[in-house]
Write a protein that binds this ligand. Structure first.
Ligand SMILES: [Zn+2]
Length: 174
């Protein structure tokens, strides 16, 4: 599949670069269960791209595994498989696995202790929280919540991914 280098959608958001070889992340996910459509739901607000690129660099400095980035938004901000994910400022990522498996089927729940790397996931969450744009993270592992503080919260069906919400503006609207 050939995806244009940096498509820009109606909202002015850019598609996340589809995980070049040397990236610290890989991409997964789809739209409405259709295989090969993941990139269509990876349109990100400029702030989200900044967060991703910064976290990616910090992560690569401390770990050689790639973290998985799934759904962000579709290009026109319409509703698809989520109640949210319509503003380019929300993104799902996977918990870190103990192995280096990547790709669409490399899912991982915090309850699967044979593959889930809790310490590394805590490290990744702390990097996200260090960025001034990061607002909240939804993820159900109570140990991650304990280690990372009150901005990490439980939400139904968030055992196998972390929902990262960032700010659209650093200043409150006038
Ligand atoms: Zn989400």
């Amino acid at each position: 599949m050939v995806v244009p280098i940096q498509p820009r959608g109606e909202k002015g958001w850019f598609m996340l670069p589809q995980a070049p070889e040397q990236a610290g992340y890989y991409v997964y996910g789809n739209v409405r269960g259709v295989a090969g459509t993941g990139h269509l739901a990876q349109y990100a607000h400029a702030n989200m791209l900044s967060v991703i690129f910064w976290v990616e660099r910090e992560w690569q400095a401390v770990d050689h595994r790639k973290f998985g980035i799934g759904n962000i938004s579709v290009s026109d901000g319409s509703k698809y498989d989520h109640g949210t994910h319509m503003s380019g400022i929300e993104m799902d990522i996977r918990p870190v696995r103990k192995d280096k498996v990547v790709g669409p089927t490399a899912g991982c729940s915090y309850r699967d202790t044979s593959i889930y790397d809790q310490a590394a996931t805590i490290k990744l969450v702390r990097i996200f929280l260090k960025h001034p744009m990061t607002r909240t993270i939804l993820f159900n592992d109570p140990e991650v919540q304990k280690a990372c503080g009150p901005r990490v919260k439980s939400w139904k069906k968030h055992d196998d991914h972390l929902h990262i919400a960032i700010r659209e503006n650093l200043c409150p609207p006038a």
